[in-house]
Design a protein around this ligand. Structure first.
Ligand code: NAD
Length: 246
């Protein structure tokens, strides 16, 4: 028996990194996965490699009308909101535009996907929401993560609020709080520092386990939260951080 047989799952930011690994892992467990990303080429590539297992569609998760239409079409019982952007800098190094962009992508997109999916979940009396937060949020402060930490803390508040309001109606909502995960955008951030090796050492040092997480390790938690094995957990921040916040 596959762990996600019979589930219809929406995934945002499935073009690379954690979203991609999770979409593939959930499809392998028998779910009908709708993998979306703003990057149309990445969606074509994913479809090429895994077309027998999942459906792909380009989708800008900050576009409310597109999101409404897509969610109404597929009526998912499970939503994995993975999209998020890391802004680098302190409060004095961010602009209002940086702030608005990060809040739109990291928080408002979740508000819209959940709002679109909830009526269908309530009709069914069952629904499952998984939101991507970070340990760099209300859990720990990380240097130069002013906007990022603020948005990821908001994701925790959003998740707990939805979980509390709908717990008696068969809806679960949890969020995932990873430490540093080796992904394409992390590699880009390391290169952008101009001193890759020093930056890598600093990023690794945040985890007492002395390494970065793999996307597969995060995907395994996503599969667990998407499955009925986690049926008794809601409103929680699932920390997976190599001991950073311990
Ligand atoms: P990534 O940053 O490498 O990839 C992000 C994906 O999001 C890309 O495929 C991109 O095309 C897509 N995207 C960007 N804007 C979009 C939009 N408007 N609509 C739809 N898709 C869009 O992936 P990652 O590093 O695995 O991060 C995934 C999530 O995990 C993010 O929310 C991130 O904040 C969170 N996270 C990452 C780490 C880490 O160290 N990598 C740690 C904690 C949390």
């Amino acid at each position: 028996q596959l762990r996600l047989q019979g589930k219809t799952i929406f995934v945002s930011a499935a073009g690379q990194g954690i979203g991609r690994a999770s979409a593939i892992a959930m499809a392998k467990q028998g779910a009908r996965v709708f993998a979306t990303d703003i990057n149309a080429d990445a969606m074509l590539q994913l479809a090429d490699e895994h077309h027998e297992r999942l459906e792909t569609c380009p989708l800008d998760v900050t576009n409310k009308s597109e999101v409404d239409r897509f969610i109404a079409d597929i009526q998912p019982d499970t939503v994995f909101n993975c999209a998020g952007f890391v802004h680098h800098g302190t409060i004095l190094e961010c602009s209002d535009d940086d702030w608005d962009y990060a809040f739109q992508l990291n928080v408002q997109s979740m508000y819209h996907t959940i709002r679109a999916a909830l009526p269908f979940m309530l009709d069914r009396g069952a629904g499952n929401i998984i939101n991507m937060s970070s340990v760099a949020s209300s859990i720990v402060g990380a240097p130069n993560r002013f906007i990022y930490g603020t948005t990821k803390a908001a994701v925790i508040g959003l998740t707990k609020s939805v979980a509390k309001d709908y717990v008696a109606m068969g809806i679960r909502a949890n969020c995932i709080c990873p430490g540093t995960v080796d992904s394409p955008s992390l590699q880009q951030r390391l290169h952008d520092t101009g001193d890759y090796d020093t930056a890598l050492k600093q990023f690794i040092a945040r985890q007492p386990m002395g390494r970065l997480a793999t996307v597969g390790e995060i995907a395994a938690l996503v599969v667990y939260l998407a499955s009925d094995e986690s049926g008794f957990t809601t409103g929680q921040t699932h920390i997976i951080d190599g001991g950073w916040a311990s």
